[in-house]
Design a protein around this ligand. Structure first.
Ligand code: SAM
Ligand code: SF4
Length: 327
């Protein structure tokens, strides 16, 4: 079992398989984003090697993320390998769903039962504006395809910004209820410098969203935890869970069970801190040496910080964008 110095069990790995994306969401990327040269990315084989080392050490859940995971060439080979890892209990994916229509069935066959889809607007023109390149219709078709393929739980992730899309809160929740999807609202995090809006001005707290939603629905706190930072609410008569992820207003670090591997093989110990270890160097310096790799991973647990300190009133302290971190 992997434990950090604060006694937290680390059993969840978020695996970023690319920093590239076919979208450029306004809160996630700058428009003129430059991506890593391909040689700097871990190969699919290296990703599988690192994932296997983590699972042997006790990691039970892997979420594949990015950038947009489904645009990485041959990514299904990786899913198939991960799906066969003995000891792994859950293999999940976070996606913008642009390619999901094509990949839903193979993903299900590889063992993916739950996916998260990012969706910040149900209005086609606004969706295009927020994602800069996205086509809402394609995304909705992707969600249908995932359901048809037998993916059991689909959760929408929404970043609501006060003056851009927060007015869609009731519509997004209505859509989730009607489509039997879960939905989570994530407070925008100050990762990377963006120019299009001021994050402080756009900030809406989870508590405020719950208050607004209370005008439309009777929310009841649910006693469920997926081991993550979401707190869930339910609405009588519906199965959907409504989650709120509140890195600013409700610090959730005490129960942190996760680490992240960036697409270039940097093991990030905390989303809101720079503490990291270069696992690509370990894998490339000692090819095939699982023991060396596991020693490095165990050693990295000692530098996992206790918590993050996000502050919207200051310049971002974390200069990497979410696509480099893997959401
Ligand atoms: N491309 C995939 C997607 O959009 O689902 C996976 C990667 S994306 C970086 C993962 C999640 O991070 C998305 O749900 C996105 O909304 C969220 N995200 C990106 N930048 C963010 C920010 N600055 N604050 C909060 N959430 C952010
Ligand atoms: Fe791409 Fe996801 Fe970032 Fe949007 S949130 S730009 S879809 S990586």
């Amino acid at each position: 079992m992997l434990k950090d110095t604060f006694g937290r069990e680390i059993n969840y790995l978020r695996l970023s398989v690319t920093d590239r994306c076919d979208f450029r969401c306004v809160y996630c990327m700058a428009e003129d984003m430059t991506f890593l040269p391909r040689a700097q990315l871990l190969t699919l084989e290296e990703l599988a090697t690192v994932a296997a080392a983590f699972v042997e050490l006790g990691v039970r859940k892997i979420r594949v993320t990015g950038g947009e995971p489904l645009i990485r060439r041959n990514v299904m080979q990786l899913f198939e390998q991960l799906g066969r890892l003995e000891g792994l209990r859950e293999l999940t994916l976070t996606t913008n769903a642009s390619q999901l229509r094509r990949f839903a069935a193979p993903l299900r066959r590889a063992g993916v039962r739950r996916i998260n889809v990012s969706l910040d607007s149900l209005q086609p023109a606004r969706f295009r504006q927020l994602t800069r390149h996205g086509d809402l219709q394609q995304v909705l078709q992707g969600i249908d395809a995932a359901r048809d393929a037998g993916i059991e739980r689909i959760k929408l992730n929404c970043v609501l910004m006060k003056n851009r899309n927060a007015d869609e809160l009731p519509d997004l929740v209505g859509f989730a209820l009607q489509q039997q999807l879960d939905i989570s609202f994530i407070e925008e995090m100050p990762l990377g410098n963006i120019s299009e809006h001021d994050r402080g001005e756009e900030f809406v707290s989870s508590a405020e969203l719950r208050r607004q939603l209370g005008r439309h629905y009777r929310l009841r706190p649910l006693d469920v935890s997926t081991g993550g930072p979401s707190r869930y609410w339910g609405i009588d008569g519906y199965d959907s869970r409504i989650g709120f992820i509140s890195p600013h207003s409700e610090n959730f670090c005490g129960a942190c069970n996760r680490v992240r591997l960036s697409a270039e093989g940097r093991l990030l110990l905390c989303l809101g801190n720079e503490h990291s270890l270069d696992l690509r160097a370990v894998v490339r310096r000692h090819p095939g040496n699982r023991e060396r790799l596991q020693q490095a991973i165990v050693a990295a647990m000692t530098i996992k910080p206790e918590r993050h300190y996000f502050d919207l009133d200051r310049e971002p302290q974390i200069l990497r964008f979410m696509n480099a971190t893997g959401g």
